[in-house]
Design a protein around this ligand. Structure first.
Ligand SMILES: Cc1cc2nc3c(=O)[nH]c(=O)nc-3n(C[C@H](O)[C@H](O)[C@H](O)COP(=O)(O)OP(=O)(O)OC[C@H]3O[C@@H](n4cnc5c(N)ncnc54)[C@H](O)[C@@H]3O)c2cc1C
Length: 653
């Protein structure tokens, strides 16, 4: 039975008048794209290192010298991180949270007393007003104590109420809500629905204008902090009507409002302490003054919020890298097999080197992006997206390699290890906790599309009408002239560059060779993107494997640039070595990606996938038990009053 079948079954059932089956919106691929496009920030008011990189220009001047915050800002962050470390060491018991699948109330209270719920909130509203860099350093520290704790604080501050209010809130909203949040009330961000994951155009939660405000109806899935939150950011569709431009709109909603039911707390592969909800809204009144920004601006607000909000997740990944490195070092030196410590066998040695180099590169990328966000001279939306994408993928690989290095013990739980008298090293937990990073706050596939859209933006700006099937002949002709002029100037500029000069980037000493490589690779990337555009034209947007590789190359080049500038700024021998190692490894990956751009099985794979979906190879699935039931893939739901018991957890404060 398909999801659609199951929905019609459900609608056939009798329902009282207050209940309305939520038919998923029939949204075409084109409409989905248009919604995403409308939410996109089209303007670039500040320079962007990432954007230039995809255009074939290595604008090292935008990131070198390494941005340096004031001594006061650095000291403030250091003091706070030290307090967090001390608190976490004494009070956050990872094993207990893992066992009980819950963060104790007193830990949340203690963190609130430290100011951890207001790290990003301005001092004027009772917060700590930390820099983005200081905030991420604190998250890295907290993630090393327990990932569910950092996930809670990050969802609260990076996507919850504080960040959208900071960017789009009125003064009245800020003074009403921010002091409460800085003091320890918890917030959550509710966009996802059973039928809305990567595609917000299908959003079914409605906000109907009523006297003095709006009435919300709908069901929100997987809201991190949803079971414990006091204040929610809710995305809902306002129908267009007289005086209402309508569209997806962001609201601040009191979690105590009448009509809200937390129907379930969801459980996952990892992040066992996560307080994640299924939340129903039934005729929930929200006053008009709680709209963030304007009607119809919801998705733009969500995307802009994520521009810097996305940096918190890589902060968690950096913590994982550092932990993996420590485990790999200590264990591989101590464990002897076949007459040597396992770290001296080459197969394990390469993994250790990968973890060390990647942790360095990742931290460089994150720190640089944070510092650029703080000094506000650059637009970092591409960099933040690249770090999110790269960090979530690389941290997963590092954790996987660490598990391999640990052998059977990597697969054993910390509790079981301890029960046998061995060190309680929770590598399997690290792996489980990290996995979701490749899915939420923009899955890897969606991040590829997001960055690729920016990478080809210059081409679309000049040649978009040529490939737009809806463009008139006149528009196409005008675009042809415009594109001719642009490419006549741009393409020759990609033929030569500083990367070909033997003394190019000499100020980087032994790392100069890598920056020359980055410069050459950036031009090659732009040329290849152009060839792709010329070859596939309007079909380019469907070449997701090609675009994914383009973006992955860009991420590696950004990481290499960050590693080199970090090493130069730090000036330590270890830094030079690690940056050099990281660049050598990254170049191997980049070369492979360039080869795969044109030499791959993409077309064959796409055809094969269609056959798989058509059931052609279903016989291959024979011979196993499928563990299936006949429930639908996506549960049908209806608007109306909740029939579930409210499972909201009210914290003792
Ligand atoms: C633990 C956890 C916490 C979460 N916290 C929150 C939260 O606080 N607030 C909130 O609103 N949501 C939250 N989410 C939801 C999360 O953001 C979504 O899971 C995510 O957006 C992906 O949506 P989906 O799971 O419905 O996948 P789908 O959109 O169904 O996608 C399925 C697969 O297809 C891929 N895909 C989808 N569209 C495309 C496309 N156009 N091109 C290529 N590939 C595509 C996806 O990448 C994915 O691999 C959370 C989820 C989890 C599991």
């Amino acid at each position: 039975m398909t999801a659609a079948d199951s929905r019609s079954l459900k609608t056939d059932q009798d329902q009282d008048e207050t209940t309305l089956a939520a038919e998923p919106a029939a949204v075409s691929e084109r409409e989905a794209r248009q919604t995403a496009e409308a939410a996109r920030e089209a303007e670039w008011r500040k320079p962007s290192f990432g954007k230039q990189l995809f255009l074939g220009r290595l604008r090292l001047d935008l990131i070198d010298p390494w941005p340096t915050p004031s001594a006061e800002i650095v000291a403030e962050a250091e003091r706070f991180v030290a307090r967090v470390a001390e608190y976490a060491e004494a009070h956050i018991d990872n094993a207990q949270i893992e066992r009980d699948a819950s963060i104790p109330d007193d830990v949340l209270r203690g963190l609130a007393d430290l100011g951890a719920f207001g790290m990003k909130i301005d001092k004027k509203y009772g917060g700590l007003g930390l820099s983005t860099h200081g905030y991420c350093q604190a998250l890295t520290m907290l993630a090393s104590a327990n990932s569910s704790v950092s996930a809670l604080l990050s969802a609260h501050q990076s996507i919850g109420v504080p960040q959208p209010l900071k960017l789009f809130g009125t003064e009245e909203q800020k003074s009403r809500f921010l002091p409460r949040l800085a003091a320890g009330e918890i917030s959550a961000f509710l966009l996802t629905e059973p039928d809305v994951g990567s595609d917000p155009a299908r959003l079914a939660t409605t906000a109907e204008p009523v006297d003095g405000g709006y009435r919300l109806n709908g069901l929100k899935l997987w809201a991190t902090n949803g079971t414990v939150a006091d204040l929610l950011v809710v995305m809902a569709q306002v129908p267009r009507s007289e005086g209402h431009r309508g569209g997806i709109t962001a609201f601040v909603v009191e979690a105590d409002s009448s009509g809200i039911t937390v129907e379930r707390r969801n459980a996952f592969l990892g992040l066992r302490g996560l307080e994640n909800s299924l939340t129903r809204f039934h005729d929930v009144f929200v006053p008009a003054e709680n709209v963030i920004g304007r009607e119809g601006q919801g998705l733009k607000i969500a995307l802009t919020t994520l521009n810097t909000g996305r940096l918190s997740l890589p902060a968690v990944c950096v913590a994982a890298g550092k932990y993996c490195l420590r485990v790999a070092r200590e264990w591989s030196g101590a464990r002897v097999q076949w007459g040597r410590p396992v770290g001296q066998h080459e197969a394990i040695a390469t993994k250790i080197a990968f973890i060390a180099a990647t942790t360095y590169g990742l931290e460089a990328m994150l720190t640089l992006s944070c510092l650029l966000a703080d000094d506000e001279s650059n637009d970092i939306r591409i960099e933040a997206a690249l770090v999110k994408l790269y960090a979530s993928e690389m941290a997963w690989r590092m954790a996987d390699e660490t598990l391999q290095i640990r052998g059977g013990r990597g697969y054993e739980t910390a509790e079981s290890l301890a029960a046998r008298g061995e060190r309680a090293t929770p590598v399997e937990q690290v792996l489980r906790d990290l996995r979701i990073n490749r899915v939420f706050e923009g899955s890897t596939e969606i991040m590829h599309l997001f960055v690729a859209r920016e990478a080809v933006d210059a081409h679309l700006a000049v040649a978009g009408d040529i490939i737009d099937p809806d463009a008139t002949v006149g528009r196409k002709a005008r675009a042809g002239v415009k594109a001719g002029g642009f490419y006549a100037r741009w393409l020759p500029a990609l033929a030569v560059g500083k990367g070909q000069l033997p003394r190019g980037y000499a100020e980087f000493g032994r790392l100069a060779t890598h920056l020359r490589y980055v410069e050459r690779a950036s031009r090659r990337l732009a040329r290849d993107t152009f060839y792709g555009m010329a070859r596939w034209q309007g079909r380019m947007e469907r070449k997701q494997a090609f675009l994914g590789r383009v973006v992955d190359i860009g991420a590696e080049l950004f990481a290499m640039s960050a590693a080199c500038t970090r090493a130069r700024a730090e000036g330590t021998a270890e830094g030079w070595e690690l940056a050099d190692l990281f660049c050598h490894q990254a170049r191997v990956r980049v070369d492979a990606l360039f080869t795969a751009l044109w030499d791959n099985s993409d077309a064959r794979d796409a055809a094969a996938a269609r056959k798989v979906l058509d059931g052609r190879y279903a016989s291959l699935e024979a011979g196993i038990l499928a563990h299936d039931d006949d429930r639908p893939w996506v549960a049908p739901w209806s608007t109306g009053p909740s029939e579930a018991t409210d499972v909201r957890r009210r914290l003792r404060r």
